[in-house]
Each structure stands twice: as structure tokens, then as C-alpha cells.
Design a protein around this ligand. Structure first.
Ligand SMILES: Cc1cc2nc3c(=O)[nH]c(=O)nc-3n(C[C@H](O)[C@H](O)[C@H](O)COP(=O)(O)O)c2cc1C
Length: 186
């Protein structure tokens, strides 16, 4: 089983990238977590480009999502919502409207911010957008507040409770993927 983690920040030392890497380490045996690092290379979404061949970077995003069994988004919060680069990726992945790669894709949303609430508004907005695009967003959540102090020098989450919660999110996503596969077989 393969999960694609999409950090919503393109910052080199991103806390949300660290969360994605922590998910890689905490994943159970048999579950591969790949990290998508191509948000910065995506063009701005433009509906005019829907009729022709999309940019190669857009195809890479769509292929990576299509080939993943589930998605794990880790989003920061910018001014109370998700960063533009992440919304841009969601918009590309939500089209073409008749067969978007997000449709029916199990997805989990977690997030870290340097503020006191751990990007909970951004997470809620992302869950909304993903749901509108047709993804199956699961209930599991993890909010990491005060992210500047939440990781050690190796980029590990310091708080064992947060690590356990992240492990639980990954496990729930795995279960959602298995349930979807069982439904598809039935
Ligand atoms: C433009 C901008 C707006 C921000 N707005 C918020 C906000 O509304 N709420 C919040 O908790 N943090 C906010 N922050 C702080 C981010 O949570 C913090 O920079 C975080 O580390 C970004 O995620 P990253 O480490 O994955 O890059 C904002 C940061 C920037 C640059």
C-alpha cells in the first residue's frame, strides 16, 4: 500500500514537511509513505489550459495522486486558511471535472503552525475543498501548535502523544484505504 503525503509548504525547513517525514517513520510495515515535493513547480491553475495537454508538472501531480492508495496532507495556516500553493494543487487535482484524480481517494489532513492552534482553520478549509473535489476525507486529525518548539534537532516530534496521534492518523488512513478496496471488490 502506498500513501502520498503532500506538505502544503514549499519552505526548506517546513514543519509540515517534518510532519510528513515523521509519518514516513511511523508508518506500519507494508505501508510506504512517499512525499510529493512538486508544489513549487506547478503553474497557476488556469481553466484555459484544460482543453490542451497540461504542463508536465501537473501531469506529475495527477499521476502521483492517481497511483497512491491514499493521501496525507500536512498543511500550514496562512492568514486563517491554506497556503496558495496547496490550494493551487488541489484545484489542478480536482480537474478534469468528469474524472478528477481526487475522486473517491481516501485522504487525511494534519497540520502544524507556529501559532497556538496548529493550523486548525486551514485544516478545516482543506477538508472542505478536498470533499468538494470528491475525496473521501477521514475524521482523524492532528494539530501541532507552536511548531517552532515541537520538533527536535532530528526533525522528530518531541511530544510522544503527538507522535501517537500521528501514528493513529496513518493507521486510520490505512483502514480507509482497505475499506475502499473491499468495497471496490464487492
Ligand atoms: C503569510 C503567513 C501567514 C500566516 N498566518 C498564520 C495563521 O493565520 N495562523 C497560524 O497559526 N500561523 C500563521 N502563520 C505562521 C505559520 O503557521 C508558520 O510560518 C508555519 O511554520 C508555516 O508552515 P511551515 O513551517 O510548514 O512552512 C503565517 C505565516 C505566514 C508566512
Amino acid at each position: 500500500m502506498r500513501i502520498l503525503s503532500i506538505p502544503g509548504s514549499i519552505r526548506r525547513d517546513s514543519h509540515n514537511l517534518k510532519l510528513a517525514r515523521e509519518a514516513q517513520r511511523l508508518a506500519p510495515a507494508g505501508l510506504e509513505v512517499a512525499i510529493f515535493g512538486g508544489l513549487a513547480a506547478l503553474p497557476h491553475y488556469n481553466e484555459d489550459e484544460e482543453s490542451g495537454q497540461p504542463a508536465s508538472t501537473v501531469l506529475e501531480l495527477r499521476t502521483a495522486i492517481a497511483e497512491a492508495d491514499g493521501l496525507l496532507f500536512a498543511t500550514p495556516e496562512y492568514n486563517g486558511t491554506i497556503p496558495g500553493v496547496l490550494k493551487n494543487a488541489v484545484d489542478w487535482a480536482s480537474r478534469p471535472v468528469d474524472d478528477p484524480v481526487l475522486r473517491n481517494k481516501p485522504a487525511a489532513v494534519i497540520g502544524a503552525s507556529t501559532g497556538a492552534f496548529g493550523a486548525v482553520w486551514a485544516q478545516a478549509e482543506l477538508r472542505k475543498s478536498l470533499g468538494i473535489a470528491g475525496a473521501r476525507v477521514i475524521d482523524a486529525e492532528l494539530a501541532v501548535p507552536f511548531a517552532d518548539a515541537a520538533f527536535d534537532d532530528q526533525g522528530r516530534l518531541k511530544d510522544p502523544a503527538q507522535r501517537e496521534q500521528l501514528r493513529a492518523v496513518v493507521d486510520s488512513l490505512k483502514s480507509a484505504v482497505e475499506e475502499r478496496a473491499a468495497l471496490a471488490r464487492a
